[in-house]
Design a protein around this ligand. Structure first.
Ligand code: IFM
Length: 454
């Protein structure tokens, strides 16, 4: 009925994901401090269409409505992020109890509905006060983050099922590179700065893991990486070398230090030169690896970027409204690459997977996002195949529960299972929501691949 063989393992987590800045709104309420993204939104041209996160989906005030949407969907896991400046306005001083209360209510609301909380500590919206001291270019950020992680775990660690330290550290450095593209820094200086930030993000993760373990009561700990899977644009030496560089500067940049205790090499040298003691911190054991996957990359030599490669179209492959190739079968190739490259891979949770669209209600009021359903279904088939081939994949989260603020792109790209009218804030479950609800119900009606009676 839902178009995917119903053979996922019993106990597999069925989820949806969001992040604080993208949905919460209430940007300056109840003692919250400004985040870097608040600052960016308030700056002319900072976010497309002059958008801000001031209201976003107003999730902060509509928590119960959104929790009910999750319950009706049948989720068994919900991935959300804590806004660092909501709970610790300047990042390292006073804690804001009203902010912590909000996440208390969210976590309790999930548990009361039988949904496991997967809490992301950093989904890009750090306090502006910390950005003012250098942000991730400042090594001290790692320690500030570990302290923040511990404080949140002390408050919520008795109830959180899974912790994600960082979301997509690669996107953090890409966003920084984009912002500084026209700065007075040379390409080499921008590249070195970005890699230094990557190292500090990894250190932040490594310092936070033991502190989370000490403060938490048995929750699993992981990190979410956006991986892509690199294909050379041609068989030339130059394009193959460019694809290998892209692999080092993107897919391996965080995986190698986390799992193999070294940085990948380009031209015979590690991409980051660091103290071996840092490696020992970064490799702190994790319980799961979160993977966010949207699209593969086809890489050619050259281009304006600081790493000397550029992305090109896959011949004959369509693109979505953000220009990303629609090639779900490449998800399977990423899994094979992971298995070959990292023999001691931890269990995997797919922490994001989804598709942007321009979805709007039709005359009957329904939002028929059929392309999204086809895409999610095709990705789920790839996950199932990887599980059958022996990969330990334990959960799946659709990005996203709600249409939301897609960072610099504003509100135009819609990723949600639920349509949000940003003028009235009304929520309308899309066709994909109804499909995913049936799909989850089907899956939860199975035990070990055999349908339950009744
Ligand atoms: O919206 C983002 C999310 O915040 C991080 N991963 C990718 C999504 C879609 O671009």
């Amino acid at each position: 009925m839902t178009g995917v063989d119903t053979r996922f393992p019993a106990g597999f987590s069925w989820g949806a994901a969001t992040s604080a800045f993208q949905i919460e709104g209430a940007w300056d309420e109840d003692g919250k401090g400004p985040s870097t993204w608040d600052t960016r939104g308030h700056r002319d041209g900072g976010i497309s269409g002059g958008a801000t996160g001031d209201v976003a989906c107003d999730h902060y005030h509509r928590l119960d409505t959104d929790l009910e949407l999750m319950r009706e969907l049948g989720l068994t896991s919900y991935r959300f992020s804590v806004s660092w400046p909501r709970v610790r306005p300047d990042g390292r001083g006073r804690w804001n109890s009203a902010g912590l209360d909000f996440y208390d209510r969210l976590v309790d609301g999930l548990l009361n509905r039988g949904i496991e909380p997967m809490l992301t500590l950093y989904h890009w919206d750090h306090p502006q006060a910390l950005e003012d001291t250098g942000g991730w270019a400042n090594r001290d950020m790692a320690g500030f983050f570990a302290e923040y992680a511990e404080g949140v775990a002390e408050r919520l660690g008795d109830r959180v099922t899974r912790w994600v330290t960082l979301n997509e550290p690669l996107s953090v450095i890409h966003s920084e590179l984009a912002l500084r593209a026209s700065s007075s820094l040379s390409a080499g200086e921008r590249r070195r700065r970005a890699l230094r930030m990557a190292h500090h993000l990894l250190l932040a993760h490594g310092l936070a893991v033991p502190r989370l373990r000490a403060a938490d009561r048995g929750g699993e700990i992981g990190i979410s990486l956006n991986l892509s899977g690199m294909t050379p644009a041609s068989d030339t030496v130059e394009d193959r070398a460019a694809a290998a560089r892209a692999e080092a500067y993107e897919d391996r940049l965080f995986l190698d230090p986390l799992l193999l205790m070294h940085y990948p090499e380009v031209d015979g040298a590690p991409v980051v030169d660091c103290d071996p003691a840092d490696h020992a911190l970064i490799v702190a054991p994790i319980d799961f690896l979160g993977i966010n996957w949207y699209a593969p990359s086809r890489i050619a030599d050259g281009g304006a970027g600081v790493f000397g490669y550029t992305r090109t179209d896959f011949p004959g492959v369509g693109r979505n409204m953000l220009g990303w190739p629609v090639a779900p079968s490449a998800f399977g190739r990423l899994f094979s690459w992971l298995r070959e490259s990292y023999p001691a891979l931890p269990p995997i949770h797919i922490t994001e997977n989804g598709m942007p669209g321009l979805d709007e209600p039709d005359v009957t009021g329904s939002v028929k996002d059929l392309r999204r359903i086809a895409y999610l279904r095709a990705c789920l088939r790839q996950i199932l195949r990887a599980i059958d081939a022996g990969m330990d994949i334990r959960g799946y989260h659709v990005w996203s529960l709600l249409d939301n603020l897609e960072w610099e792109h504003g509100y135009r790209p819609r990723f949600g299972l639920v349509h949000v009218d940003f003028a009235t804030l009304a929520r309308t479950p899309k066709t994909s929501y109804h499909w995913y609800r049936r799909f989850i119900a089907e899956q939860r009606g199975l035990r070990g691949g055999v349908p339950c009676s009744g």
